[in-house]
Write a new protein. Structure first.
Length: 293
């Protein structure tokens, strides 16, 4: 793997990011299979992911990792957004369809573009503005469907998760090459702590506990670990295109396994969001000049 990274960094980035996305694909389905109060699930999910990630860092590095990055502004933002996003995503999956939870999350790069413009003074090109308009038109269509289906609260939580992800992206961009993995670990534990007062802890069956371990100890730390490495070797448009796999395959997997129909509004609005992300990524990949247009 190291030889591939040195010989062909883009291929390595595509491989690592693709693996991370594929690990994340069954995440919503596994949360559905855990069932129960997903805010309580968020507590155990955060504790498991944080513990596994901490153990992995210690085993790989041979020593306890330094958490000095938490004292920096980007590090603090990463911790807060990781913690809040952990709870918001579980609340979204509980309150709306799998499709809506993932589709709203897909708007995060566009929210990040707006935040980067407002906070970092980065320019938003015309193509990005068009993509933002199309994506949020899709969000309105999805949310309108949620009004009639009792999913509005879940849709709002999914949008809040997208906002947390956007702030997370901006903080990482501001941090540059600074190692943020310790901040991710702290964010897992913070998310667990935030969820405790809101959780309804009920006894779980053995099957639920097994799926919970898969979710918190395998899917979350492994996927986030891979996705924190891969994008270092890829451009933002390439990352956006890769993450579309989860947005498309995740709801289809839930639909195939447990028969959860996302509904017409989600399909129409989702198509608009996917078209915005895919179209913007393809345009930006043409050349650096096209990305800024």
């Amino acid at each position: 793997m190291r030889a591939l990274a040195a010989r062909n960094p883009q291929a390595y980035g595509l491989l690592i990011t693709g693996l991370g996305v594929l690990v994340f694909v069954p995440d919503v389905l596994v949360l559905r299979l855990v069932g129960g109060d997903l805010i309580a699930v968020a507590v155990f999910r955060g504790l498991l992911a944080g513990t596994v990630s901490l153990a992995a860092l210690w085993l790989i590095g041979g020593r306890f990792p330094s958490f000095a990055v938490l004292a920096t502004l980007p590090g603090a933002i990463v911790v807060l957004m990781q913690g809040f996003g952990l709870v918001a995503f579980c609340a979204a999956v509980q309150g709306t369809s799998a499709a809506n939870a993932l589709l709203m999350t897909a708007t995060a790069p566009f929210i990040a573009a707006v935040l980067s413009w407002a906070l970092l003074g980065e320019r938003i090109g015309r193509t990005t503005l068009v993509a933002i308009a199309l994506a949020f038109a899709g969000v309105l269509v999805v949310a309108a469907g949620g009004l009639g289906g009792g999913r509005l609260w879940g849709d709002l939580m999914a949008l809040a998760n997208a906002l947390a992800l956007a702030c997370f992206y901006v903080a990482l961009r501001k941090a540059g090459r600074q190692d943020m993995f310790p901040a991710l670990i702290a964010g897992y534990f913070l998310g667990a702590a935030l969820a405790v007062p809101l959780a309804d802890f009920s006894p779980m069956e053995g099957r639920q506990i097994l799926w919970l371990i898969v979710s918190g100890a395998v899917i979350l730390p492994l996927a986030v670990g891979l996705l924190s490495l891969g994008p270092r070797y890829l451009t933002a448009p390439e990352v956006s295109m890769m993450t579309l796999l989860e947005i498309i395959l995740g709801p289809l997997l839930v639909w195939a396994v447990i028969g959860e129909d996302p509904g017409r509004a989600s399909l129409v609005g989702g198509a608009m969001i996917v078209a915005a992300v895919l179209g913007h990524a393809l345009w930006a990949l043409r050349s650096p000049e096209a990305e800024a247009a």
